[in-house]
Design a protein around this ligand. Structure first.
Ligand code: M6R
Length: 357
């Protein structure tokens, strides 16, 4: 039940710190270290390449998950949109492992791929929020999100839960092969949960950003580099599905290859700057669009902030920034939809789980 909340979406955004803490607990062994079932670890160890298959928000989580797995477990990863994979199957490696990411575990496009790869004799792991869901039952292994029911059509807490579980899977898999990462994940996820709380306490700030930048515009752009780009894709999906503003996410460096032609006087550009090594280049991209009249809203991270940034998120480990930089984007989308009188929890033309192909 949504209790005193006006919408499920707002409640689910607010639940994120608790969900992250739940995940830590659920994936902790008695000695406090993180654990994953042995059979999943041996499937990860055997794999020479991982194929992540997902749709929508879960696909965006997969893009970040690829970074986690490649960096912490040193296994090459490809991320595919499930509806494309079936007829556009890449040349598979010799020992592939498939990871299906699906909040509902019922997405038909993903299930179709699961059936196909099982027929080919490959192993599959499903990361889902729903125990006993179709994708969980039909895969060889399951990892649960422990996020509690997600009711709003716009996925929020499932995304951050997917990222947390993918980070744990990546690190524990790496460890099981003797790869140590310089990241105390239990501690850093705890810091993430506190940072999420601080962001959820800053709602007025995001309401005013939404009013200032998005209450009348027809379109909006999200830019970032590296993992900030992937979070921008998720921010733009959130905004378009509930506020009906035409929104697109771009890699900062791609702007000059075409998209910059769309920038007009006042076009809102939401730029993420949470990564030290691309901080100056993303700010260079912002200058390029400002020179064409864009209205920039820079969201940066403590330690990287510069004069004129609109919001500064608390500092977290550089790999884990997507778990918190997405929160402002979720809240900005929420308030933009409210300001435009949209049905936040049940946007037009959409269903919570897409069980048709
Ligand atoms: O249940 P799933 O994670 O498989 O759903 C995938 C997409 O349909 C879902 O993420 C969709 O994009 C959301 N409405 C996004 O907020």
């Amino acid at each position: 039940e949504k209790g005193t909340y006006p919408h499920y979406m707002l409640k689910e955004i607010d639940e994120q710190p608790v969900v992250v803490r739940n995940i830590i607990q659920n994936y902790q062994a008695e000695n406090g270290s993180l654990k994953i079932d042995e059979d999943i670890l041996s499937a990860m160890k055997d794999a020479d390449r991982i194929y992540i298959i997902a749709a929508g928000t879960s696909y965006h989580a997969g893009l970040v998950g690829k970074q986690f797995i490649e960096r912490m477990a040193k296994i090459p990863v490809e991320v595919h949109i499930s509806s494309e994979f079936g007829y556009n199957m890449p040349l598979l490696s010799e020992k592939p492992l498939f990871i299906f990411i699906s909040q509902s575990g019922e997405t038909a496009d993903s299930r179709q791929v699961l059936v196909q790869v099982k027929e080919l004799g490959h192993k599959a792991l499903t990361i889902t929020n729903v125990p006993g869901s179709t994708l969980s039952r039909e895969a060889d292994y399951t990892l649960l999100l422990h996020a509690g029911p997600e009711i709003a059509v716009a996925s929020t807490k499932a995304y951050t839960a997917q990222l947390a579980v993918l980070a744990i899977l990546a690190q524990v898999s790496g460890r099981s092969k003797g790869i140590e990462t310089d990241l105390d994940l239990v501690k850093e996820l705890g810091i993430v949960a506190s940072a999420m709380e601080a962001l959820c306490d800053s709602k007025e700030e995001f309401e005013s950003i939404a009013r200032e930048y998005l209450s009348v515009t027809r379109n909006a752009f999200f830019i970032g580099r590296g993992i900030d780009f992937y979070v921008g894709l998720e921010g733009s999906l959130k905004l378009k599905e509930i506020s009906y503003i035409q929104a697109e996410g771009f890699a900062g460096g791609e702007l000059k290859h075409g998209t910059i032609a769309l920038i007009e006087e006042g076009t809102p550009i939401i730029a993420l700057a949470t990564q030290d090594f691309v901080n100056l280049s993303i700010r260079g991209n912002v200058k390029e669009v400002v020179a064409r009249g864009a209205n920039p809203c820079i969201i940066s991270m403590e330690g990287l902030e510069m004069e004129g940034d609109r919001f500064v998120i608390p500092e977290v480990h550089h790999l884990l920034t997507p778990l918190i930089s997405v929160v402002p984007l979720q809240l900005i989308a929420y308030y933009a939809a409210l300001h435009r009188d949209c049905d936040v929890d049940k946007p037009r033309n959409l269903a919570k789980s897409v069980t048709v192909e």
